[in-house]
Design a protein around this ligand. Structure first.
Ligand SMILES: [Fe+2]
Length: 135
């Protein structure tokens, strides 16, 4: 369990590091992260998993909803979502279990925030996924 926590923490740090300095995650600059961090443009070994692992980002006013269209079962589930601002600020996180109904989480952006946001989703079998959206 500690190893999983360390991996999740490391993954979040990696995602935050990508966000710092407005480095565009979907660019070729992530090539060193192939098969570590997965994005729509960097599917690596999980190419066939994108539809059920890349989190969708929906923005309504200052409310952001992340949703990962993934089944939730004891042995295979989405472990965690985070919403991260372009400067690496973590707006919030939600941890799920295999008994959670779905992998959906909502957050409130800081008042007046404009810029890139990153939604992350971690599957216990298919690793760390990041999507981005500009508000
Ligand atoms: Fe999965």
């Amino acid at each position: 369990m500690a190893d999983r926590r360390d991996f999740i923490k490391g993954s979040l740090v990696a995602a935050s590091a990508l966000a710092v300095g407005s480095v565009k995650i979907a660019s070729a600059q992530v090539a060193p992260y192939t098969n570590i961090v997965y994005t729509a443009d960097n599917l690596g070994k999980w190419e066939k998993k994108v539809g059920s692992h890349l989190p969708s980002i929906t923005v309504e006013g200052n409310k952001v909803t992340l949703f990962t269209k993934h089944g939730m079962a004891e042995k295979h589930f989405i472990v965690r979502h985070t919403l991260v601002l372009a400067d690496g600020t973590v707006v919030g996180a939600k941890t799920f279990t295999g008994t959670s109904a779905e992998a959906r989480s909502s957050y409130e952006l800081p008042t007046g925030y404009k810029g890139l946001i990153y939604g992350t989703s971690f599957c216990n079998l298919h690793d760390f996924w990041v999507n981005e959206h500009t508000v």
